[in-house]
Ligand binder design. Structure first.
Ligand code: MG
Length: 428
């Protein structure tokens, strides 16, 4: 990296991604309130109706899928009268006007906007568009970090155009290239780091570009609610509000030692850095993962003894998810670790390094379970995470060092005890 250049990091977020993917095949729904959610449903219902409406048409399986854009709007199911526990994954901007948003129950949405059209999720289709837009980006700017199906970080620093107008020129090129290839729009924030770029991509949605410089911290970032910081969840936000801290500016005004006293050493220090717009995390490309992890924040804080069963089930599931991630991406690792955050926001990690590599859920669960025994379990827990590190491509792992098996029939595990020390927040 050329150190003479200012660091420019972009966060790119696709606009109403699932809904926009649906509108590509049902352009007749553009401008209408549409929500995506609920269970899977076959296209057949709609196509059956279409066939009835145009009995003279030539209906083969191919023409079925080619004529989705001809299905009259009236044929689409409305959300009115919905009963059930389905949740919205995405709503079009027209639906958002009625106060409908992601993660809202479909029943509540039905009350707010009964005429909204309800479409089932089709993850396969969204993953296809996800791969497509990401490959367009890496053709232009190779240092890209996946942040899920519809968002990425991109390092603009050394890319041609990445410094012009603070990154606006390159952002515009990427936006245009994605739109031309897919018909989908996105919003981009370009800033000195990931933390601010993530906030900035929301400033001009949809189809917007926002450029933020270090000098804009006070005017553009400090007026925002603390919750806008990626890593400040609802519980931390509630606690901050209890201290009268509502905006990022309020947070920046607090002393570092005060934040540490009230939010723990690592989280308190991280809050301070975040409020001052400081974030050195690199944009990590997918091709070289150092570790893979899964973590979950509980709806209510759990206790190791009283909520033993629930905690155990979550723990096993996290291990299975990490194992599945490793296997899907073709990696194995030999450092197994856990992370806990207590009700007072203090975080602890423990890990253990094996002599062999693994991607096996049961093996990971067994070692992670041993790590769990080495932490204080008398306190309530708000977050639990499992991590597998020291990764290698599956099948490329060198054989375990021979001296281990020769030295002893039962070699001691290599233990790296990090104690109650630093953690990087947030772990994304
Ligand atoms: Mg999005």
């Amino acid at each position: 990296m050329n150190s003479a250049l200012t660091r420019r990091i972009a966060h790119l977020d696709m606009d109403a991604f699932y809904a926009s993917c649906e509108l590509l095949r049902y352009p007749q729904l553009k401008g209408l309130p549409v929500v995506i959610g609920g269970g899977r449903r076959k296209e057949d219902d709609l196509l059956g109706k279409l066939q009835q409406a145009y009995p003279d048409g030539e209906w083969t399986e191919d023409t079925f899928t080619e004529r989705l854009d001809r299905i009259p709007v009236d044929f689409f199911p409305r959300i009115e009268g919905y009963t059930g526990r389905g949740v919205i994954t995405t709503a079009t901007y027209a639906a958002r006007q009625f106060g409908i948003g992601s993660a809202m129950g479909l029943m509540k949405a039905a009350k707010l906007c009964p005429q909204a059209i309800l479409l089932p999720v089709d993850f396969e289709r969204y993953r296809y568009f996800s791969r497509t837009f990401k490959s367009i980006i890496t053709d232009i700017a190779p240092v890209m970090q996946d942040r899920g199906v519809d968002e990425v970080y991109i390092d603009f620093t050394d890319v041609p155009g990445g410094q012009r107008e603070g990154g606006r020129v390159l952002a515009r090129l990427i936006q245009k290239s994605i739109f031309e290839a897919t018909g989908l729009t996105c919003s981009v924030g370009v800033a000195p780091n990931k933390l601010i770029a993530k906030m900035a991509s929301e400033f001009n949605k949809p189809n917007g570009i926002s450029v933020v410089h270090e000098a804009d911290l006070q005017t553009l970032i400090w007026p925002l609610a603390c919750r806008k910081i990626n890593g400040v969840g609802p519980k931390a936000d509630e606690k901050l509000k209890g201290f009268g801290i509502h905006t990022i500016g309020d947070l920046a005004a607090r002393e570092l030692h005060w934040l540490i006293e009230n939010f723990g050493k690592s989280y308190g220090a991280w809050l301070h850095e975040a409020a001052w717009g400081r974030d050195d995390r690199p944009v990590e490309t997918e091709s070289e993962p150092v570790s893979m992890s899964r973590e979950t924040t509980f709806e209510r804080d759990l206790h190791a003894v009283r909520d033993r069963e629930e905690l155990g089930a979550v723990f096993t599931r996290l291990c299975q998810q990490v194992a599945a991630d490793l296997q899907r991406k073709g990696y194995e690792g030999k450092t197994i670790g856990i992370k806990l955050r207590y009700d007072n926001f203090q975080a602890v990690t423990r890990d253990q390094t094996l002599t062999e590599y693994t991607a096996d859920a049961k093996h990971i669960r067994q070692i992670a379970g041993q790590c769990l025994k080495r932490v204080d379990l008398s306190r309530r827990i708000r977050l639990l995470g499992v991590r597998v590190g020291s990764l290698v491509k599956a099948g490329t792992a060198p054989a375990p060092v021979a001296s281990y098996s020769e030295a002893s029939a039962n070699p001691p595990p290599q233990v790296n005890d990090h104690g109650q020390t630093e953690l990087l927040f947030p772990l994304d």
